[in-house]
Design a protein around this ligand. Structure first.
Ligand code: TYM
Length: 335
């Protein structure tokens, strides 16, 4: 396929706390995989992060650390546009316009809004409610055809599609209607190690519930040893074994082994052996990523140059769509 025929892909991750292996398996891993096939835009979603309270100095640090993590995981800034969301003002500008075709009822019905409002009852702000419109703007600005995300973002992709179609119907063809790219099987939703009925989340109050991309080997092994498994002792993927099945999915993501290969490998060996092997596989896979991230973070000049170049490319692409939108809605251009 020639360069000019490549479709566009957009995705982002929030710099709100530690990045988990759930974020990696559900999203970042696919960012790397898809970069050859698509023209990719990858953002650090700092505008989204402030919808829940952040410590400013920590947010600043996490933002750069996440950009470095993208590169350390294998995202190639020569092939992809890597940037920080707040560096491109068009994200906020398009959000304003899209707000005028969005109904409060559809936002208040969003699962994530309901969950986060319950969790942060002291800080239910307009940004939290408007989160999906900002996310739609992220995607639609770049005319993205594909958006790799975990299963928890499916509803936000649906509203993005709805807003794109609604705007196109009202003002004429403006936006590409994007498709989600959600990993097949259990990689789409990695579950908590402490409660396999819940999603693994960086905002979990229990740090044993998740493994972060920066945990050291001892911590990783300890967390997997403690992981809640199910009754019985057989390493088998099945619906009535959510704990073990989740570990099989994690093991597969980091070793490339299929479910049946893993089942065979641990036949007759029990949970203890298996949990240790999962911990070791994850720690061994993360070690080089952590080393590369640390190296990059020491080279701030390089990181800043990548992010500056990324913001400039993103700005140009975003501006094209925003100008079109402004023209369609009837803003006087002054020309
Ligand atoms: P965030 O930062 O919460 O998560 C980043 C990505 O990780 C996926 N994910 C998971 N996948 C599998 N198992 C899990 N336990 C798990 N937890 C998280 C998420 O689905 C996501 O793909 N709103 C987005 C960030 C964003 C965005 C965008 C994404 C902002 N603008 C535009 C796509 C397109 C978010 O909160 O991701």
């Amino acid at each position: 396929m020639g360069e000019e025929e490549k479709k566009i892909l957009f995705s982002a991750v929030q710099p709100s706390g530690a990045v988990t292996i759930g974020n990696y398996i559900g999203a970042i891993r696919n960012f790397v995989k898809l970069q050859e096939e698509y023209d990719c835009f990858y953002a650090v979603a700092d505008l989204h992060a402030i919808t829940v309270r952040q410590e400013p100095a920590v947010l600043r640090k996490n933002t750069l650390a996440l950009a470095a993590l993208f590169l350390a995981c294998g995202i190639d800034p020569e092939k992809c546009v890597v940037f920080i969301q707040s560096h491109v003002p068009a994200h906020c500008e398009l959000t304003w316009v899209l707000n005028t075709v969005t109904y409060p009822g559809e936002l208040s019905r969003m699962t994530q809004f309901k969950d986060k409002s319950a969790k942060h009852a002291e800080n239910v702000n307009m940004g939290l409610m408007d989160y999906p419109v900002l996310m739609a703007s992220d995607i639609l600005l770049y005319q993205a055809a594909l958006v790799p995300v975990g299963a928890d973002q499916k509803q936000h992709l649906e509203i993005t599609r709805d807003l794109a179609v609604r705007f196109n119907n009202r003002y004429g063809q403006t936006f590409t209607v994007p498709e989600p790219y959600i990993p097949k099987g259990s990689g789409a939703k990695i579950m908590s190690l402490a409660d396999p009925s819940k999603k693994m989340s960086k905002s979990d109050d229990n740090p044993n519930a998740f493994v972060t991309m920066s945990d050291d080997k001892d911590t990783i092994i300890r967390k997997f040893k403690r992981a809640i498994t199910d009754s019985g002792n057989e390493v088998r993927f099945s619906e009535d074994k959510p704990g073990v099945s989740n570990l099989i999915a994690i093991y597969g993501a980091f070793t490339g082994k299929t479910v049946s290969e893993t089942e065979k490998e641990f036949e007759g060996r029990g949970y203890g052996d298996f949990k240790l092997a999962v911990g070791e596989a994850v720690a061994d896979a993360l070690a080089p990523v952590q080393a590369e991230q640390a190296r990059l973070l020491k080279d701030k000049e390089y990181l800043n140059s990548v992010l500056k170049r990324g913001a400039e490319s993103a700005f140009r692409a975003a501006r094209r769509t925003l100008s079109k939108v402004y023209r369609k809605v009837g803003f006087y251009s002054g020309e």
